[in-house]
Design a protein around this ligand. Structure first.
Ligand code: NAD
Length: 330
């Protein structure tokens, strides 16, 4: 049984804790928050010991896995310190996205995991849905042929106005990771951004991307559209066919080139994903399974290095909006 701790007991930390509790390979032993009310409430809910200090918890419990579910500026600035603490205490770390918007600190997080030979994952739950896995299998079977282009869009409502770049840096780790998952590393970025009426931040944006493998892509995202309808679409096309993932887990369709007979995977009513929270279960369970199976750090699906690469693309997107230029990542 793998001993697990969670640091940062907001909604997302409690979600991680609940999923670890339900895992047959993990035992939730400690929960930590700087805020006593949150730490104690989580301890009561999940039947684990409460801590107000991560270093103390790590020293006492010596966990195998630690989830970092803190937030901070642009939803990521509070990830750095507890991640380093957990790695140095010998734990494997699953960190929420964005890994960290300070690129030097994100480098340090990934570098520390590498130096200490610990596994590090990022909660890129969008790439772990059954629909995304089916799409990946179709791609690996060569059913897309030579890869040509990708179109991804994602839109929700988020009225947070704390940083001009909050939308790009907090939402788009997911979309950029999905693009990298199917298309590989990004070579160049050009980003345009706009502000919805009444907003001070760059709350809607589009990006044009070129990938190292020669693919081209577009991304559209927004924090200005009320929830209730589909929120995400991912299309990848090649000479042999094209797939479209509709709404993260609901459906994926393969359109073979020159052939009217398409293939469709639809989320099942029984045993399927019921809501957004369920997508965390697929991601977290994969991390636990990989650690239990003795995966090597570079075998982690949705790794810290993937998290860092996504933030570098978003950092380039910010520089592109500021300068009006195409930003090269090579
Ligand atoms: N993967 C996804 O789809 C997804 C969805 C939503 C949010 N998130 C991410 O989840 C993270 C958490 O979101 P949230 O809404 O639960 O945040 P939150 O602000 O409600 O909770 C974070 C908690 O961390 C605590 N904290 C901060 N630093 C700490 C430290 N050093 N030690 C102990 N506790 C500390 C804070 O006191 C706070 O209670 C964010 O990074 C966010 O981007 C991911």
């Amino acid at each position: 049984m793998l001993k697990v701790c969670v640091i940062g007991m907001g909604h997302i930390g409690n979600l991680h804790a609940r999923i670890y509790r339900e895992s047959k390979q993990a035992e939730l032993v400690g929960v930590c928050d700087l805020l006593p009310d949150r730490a104690h409430a989580a301890a009561k809910t999940h039947g684990a010991k409460a801590y107000l200090d991560a270093a103390q918890m790590l020293a006492e419990v010596r966990p195998d896995i630690v989830s970092i579910t803190t937030a901070g500026v642009e939803n990521g600035s509070d990830h750095h310190r507890p991640t380093i603490q957990a790695l140095e205490a010998g734990a494997h770390v699953l960190c929420e996205k964005p890994i960290c918007n300070d690129i030097a600190k994100a480098e340090e997080m990934v570098g520390t995991a590498r130096r200490l030979n610990r596994c590090m994952g990022v909660d890129f739950n969008h790439r772990f849905t059954p629909a995304a896995r089916v799409a990946k299998r179709w791609q690996q079977e060569g059913r897309l042929g030579h890869l040509l282009f990708v179109n991804v869009s994602m839109w929700i409502m988020n009225r947070n106005e704390t940083s001009p770049w909050f939308h790009l840096k907090s939402l788009h780790p997911h979309t950029v990771d999905l693009m990298r998952h199917f298309c590989g590393d990004v070579e160049a970025v050009h980003c345009f951004a706009t502000k919805a009426p009444g907003r001070k931040i760059w709350s809607t944006a589009t990006m044009s991307l070129r990938f190292k493998n020669g693919m081209v892509g577009t991304l559209a995202g927004s924090y200005d559209i009320e929830r209730g309808h589909p929120m995400e679409r991912c299309e990848v096309a090649g000479t042999g066919g094209r797939f479209v993932i509709d709404d993260m887990w609901r459906e994926v369709t393969l359109y073979p080139a020159g052939n009217g007979e398409k293939s469709v995977y639809t989320n099942p009513v029984f045993g399927g994903i019921r809501d957004f929270d369920d997508t965390f279960r697929n991601r977290i369970n994969t991390f636990v399974e990989q650690i239990a199976a003795g995966a090597k750090p570079d075998e982690i699906d949705g790794s810290g290095a993937d998290g860092l690469a996504a933030q570098k693309v978003l950092d380039a997107a910010v520089r592109s909006v500021e300068s009006g230029q195409v930003i090269s990542l090579v």
